[in-house]
Design a protein around this ligand. Sequence first.
Ligand code: LRH
Ligand code: MN
Length: 400
Amino acid sequence: MMPAMRADGAESVGRALDRFQIELPSWGFANTGTRFGKFVQPAAAVTIEEKFSDAGQVHALTGACPTVALHVLWDLPDGVSSAAEIAALAARYKVRPGSINPNVFQDQEYKFGSFGNPDADVRQRALRHVHDSVAIARRLGSRDITLWFADGSNYPGTANIRQRRQWFQENLKAAHATLGPDQRLLIEYKPFEPAFYHTDIADWGMALLLARAAGSQARVLVDTGHHYLSQNIEQIVAWLLADGMLGGFHFNDRRYADDDLTIGSIDPYQVFRIFHEIRFFEWETGGRADIAYMIDQSHNLKGKIEAMIQTVTVAQELFSKAALVNHDALATAQARTDLVGAESLLQDAFSTDVRPAIREWRVANGLPADPLQAFRESGYLERITAERSKRAGASVSSYA
Ligand code: LRH
Ligand code: MN
């Protein structure tokens, strides 16, 4: 039987939702696939305008995602000169440009890496692209530049791992030097794929050391899909919080590897444990952790917009449940090594049905009680399907 919500529960849920915002990935609205193929959806977004339009729908229905992450090569093909168009779209669709993602992994020149490439000209080319991305972020008023590198190798002995580390340190420091005073570099790690022997920034420790070496405005980005199944992600989060080096998240879910499935679809308790570590840290320090909550998913089979609405509402539920943990009682139980008592405080919060309180919060904020149902009744999908399926056969060439 789901434990009933504590008296002040609905209030805690309301306060949690008032501050919870999560950023949408532009590429989550596009046709994406795996190396085995891409199943095209006629309603999928292809143009940057369509991506802003779809993101605007999700924000209008949930009130929780006012920014869209942009991937430079996929969304700003003309670089900084695309900024004016983006700003106009942001005004029209009432969602702001969010984190800027340089792309130093898809061009042919990056076969043997970007910042870690033995060819100095290629390293320079990659650094120029990151500089351009920082300039784009400045022009758009975006705070975060999210750096993910596919760099690595596929066979033992084929790469000088220490030399590549040196080049990464030099180039990340050079990238950091061009940041504006309020901007941040978020360094994202990943253990493997597309490299399958070593990846230059493979885990949180490597990202932390490189962020520290780069400069005071560099932080670590935790993509939940970038961990071995046996890793304790919330412990990594707790350590990065303790060091003030946690910059943000790319949320998704997985059963095996970097599957980019929708949040909470496989292991919702994992996301709850992550949110709990953040709330407990904030309760203990009395502060507010400066974290960018972002989604990084590819919706290969689900309807793109429905998957995004589902993702935002599940994230709201899990964040609200974490807000219900009684931190005073938890600290006491921990100090007394009352194991069952302590664990039950998390389990009670996790198994509390917060949906009625969330519906109340939505209605109180002029939002539909059930965003997914409202979307299905809006006719938006039918309208864009008609409009967008007119265009010639959708391209299946690039990733998004
Ligand atoms: C790499 C990654 C990175 C993005 C890409 C779309 O796996 O997580 O954050 O640039 O996905
Ligand atoms: Mn990611």
